[in-house]
Design a protein around this ligand. Structure first.
Ligand code: ZN
Length: 117
């Protein structure tokens, strides 16, 4: 994958993530107003708590993805883009094409996904 093409795609992903983040924050603002109204009806409260958990999970996922996009951009600057951060193996072009923010080979990505929290 041409690093310049990858950089453009990563910058685009970053802009999309920031946009999604703004939308989430705006929605979170709406839902806290919603909670304030619902607090007069304690029986409905549980529903809002799970909404909150879902929002937190989405926010965490977006932050993790943003971190990977930034890492991948940093690696373009370093000249190490396209290599696994763990073992240094070249990441397949077709994988980078599907996920320009991939910073691990398939083996280490699987390991990362099964070991994190
Ligand atoms: Zn690896």
């Amino acid at each position: 994958m041409d690093p310049q093409v990858a950089r453009k795609r990563l910058e685009r992903m970053l802009a999309d993530l920031d946009e999604a983040q703004r939308t989430l924050i705006a929605e979170a603002g709406d839902s806290s107003m919603h909670v304030a109204r619902l607090s007069q009806h304690p029986a409905d409260y549980g529903t809002d708590l799970s909404d909150q958990e879902r929002e937190d999970a989405m926010r965490r996922a977006a932050q993790a993805e943003r971190h990977e996009v930034l890492t991948a951009l940093g690696r373009i600057d370093e000249g190490s883009y396209g290599r696994c951060v763990v073992c240094g193996a070249e990441i397949l072009d077709e994988r980078l094409d599907a996920r320009p923010d991939a910073i691990r080979c398939l083996e280490h990505q699987r390991e990362y996904e099964t070991t994190r929290d």
